[in-house]
Design a protein around this ligand. Structure first.
Ligand code: FAD
Length: 406
């Protein structure tokens, strides 16, 4: 019988444990937290966006996104759904492909998975921080702060540094490095951004819908429309999280990063000039701030006009056509330089990690060390928002688990 150690009782580790034990292996999961699956519980605002029915490698970033194609095919949505049924978990499938537990509670995902793992005969060791993994001949020695045990096979499923308050560590990278694996530099993703302008903190708390364009070294890298929220440190909101992977990756590589906000994306630029002209003509005695209050949040107007160098108290009748065009231009293209992210503490996931070039995509086994496996976020694979990160954690965990039982 194969004796298998799984380091990390998160999404990928628990999935691997289920398949390895169902395949007949003697499985031990090491988890340094006082409980397994803390990120599962915190995910999707407590609802757990558990998978996406439409995932392809295009939804992921990393040095070689196509590397995950095999894993995604193995864990097709229908396969995942029947697996969930086998552990008593029913899914709520949304029109856009996102899936949640039918209960709408992340807790039910963890309860079902943990019970499935226990039913399959897995030993779960909580409060067990692995501090080293070594190999002598055919056996691995897994050492915790309390003791050491030997195993035929080891899976590193320690996740990433994102959200350390939930117990995230960078330990997996250290273990991998000791076995000569290359680590692609890591960076926070699905994270809020810090801006150089003094205005965002002054607008803290203001939420609106905008079209956000990401510019890297002055070149357009993508546009997303959605919620934005100004904050004391810069900017947040779903549209910002959606562009944050590319922004954070570019910052890591010392590229110039900026965002351009279109605050009224429903109008073309020329149309907006006409709308403003008509608006100002209908209320000539109003000051410019009051006049714009029907279009935009009041605080935004204050700082937008500051950037346009137009006095708030100026009467609209005093504005010349150039100034009206300038206001329309800023509403459609308000630019901010991005100087940093809000960091791993606030990030949902991490980019970078163990290089996929040295891991077999069909088995998740190391190409350098026989019997050593990797799964989940510790690898250089990062997904978009929408259930894609769990998708890869489940898929890679399943493959590793099946293989380790062989
Ligand atoms: C707030 C939040 C919300 C999220 N929401 C979603 C969502 O809705 N949908 C989605 O797809 N993704 C979501 N994610 C991302 C998703 O949670 C992760 O991508 C996924 O959990 C990765 O699985 P994993 O098994 O690789 O790592 P993890 O789930 O992080 O598991 C790694 C485990 O290893 C343990 N560990 C680390 N070091 C050691 C050590 N030395 N010894 C023993 N144990 C160790 C950790 O404590 C942890 O339990 C969210 C993340 C966060 C932080």
């Amino acid at each position: 019988m194969n004796s298998v150690a799984i380091i990390g009782g998160g999404a990928s580790g628990l999935m691997a444990a289920l398949f390895a034990a169902r395949g007949g292996a003697d499985v031990t999961v090491y988890e340094h937290n006082g409980a397994v699956g803390k990120k599962i519980l915190a995910s999707g605002n407590g609802r757990c966006n558990i998978i996406n029915t439409n995932a392809t490698y295009h939804d992921y970033a990393g040095n070689d996104p196509q590397w995950i194609t095999y894993a995604l095919k193995q864990m097709s949505f229908h396969y995942f759904q029947s697996l969930c049924h086998s552990i008593g978990l029913l899914l709520d499938i949304k029109d856009d492909g996102r899936c949640y537990p039918l209960s709408n509670e992340a807790k039910s995902v963890l309860i079902a998975l943990k019970n499935g793992v226990i039913d399959a005969g897995v030993t779960i060791l909580i409060d067990s921080k692995v501090i080293s993994i070594t190999k002598n001949d055919s056996h691995f020695i897994v050492q915790t702060e309390q003791d050491k045990q030997s195993y035929n096979k080891v899976l590193i499923a320690t996740g990433s540094e994102a959200a350390p308050q939930l117990g995230a560590t960078a330990d997996g990278y250290g273990f991998a490095k000791k076995f000569r694996h290359e680590i692609i530099p890591t960076y926070p993703s699905l994270v809020q951004l810090h801006l150089s302008s003094k205005h965002p903190p002054q607008m803290a708390g203001v939420k609106t819908v905008a079209e956000v364009t990401l510019l890297i070294d002055g070149k357009k890298e993508g546009t997303v429309t959605g919620d934005i929220l100004f904050a004391s440190y810069g900017i947040s909101g779903l549209a910002i999280l959606d562009i944050s992977q590319k922004a954070s990756h570019a910052l890591l590589h010392k590229q110039r990063v900026s965002i351009s906000l279109n605050l009224l994306p429903r109008y073309e630029r020329g149309e907006l000039v006409n709308i403003l002209e008509k608006l100002f003509a209908s209320i000539p005695k109003h000051d410019i701030h009051t006049a714009l209050c029907g279009l935009l949040p009041a605080k935004i107007i204050t700082y937008l006009l500051d950037d346009a160098h137009i006095a708030l108290c100026a009467h609209v009748s005093t504005l010349n056509p150039k100034e009206v065009k300038k206001i329309a231009h800023l509403i459609g293209e308000w630019k901010f330089d991005v100087i940093d992210t809000h960091g791993f503490k606030h990030a949902e996931v991490s980019g970078g990690g163990v290089s996929t070039a040295q891991v077999n995509p069909k088995t998740m086994e190391s190409k350098l060390v026989e019997g050593l496996y990797f799964a989940g976020e510790v690898l250089d694979v990062v997904g978009r928002r929408g259930g894609y990160n769990f998708n890869f954690a489940w898929a890679s965990g399943m493959i590793a688990g099946k293989e380790m039982a062989k």
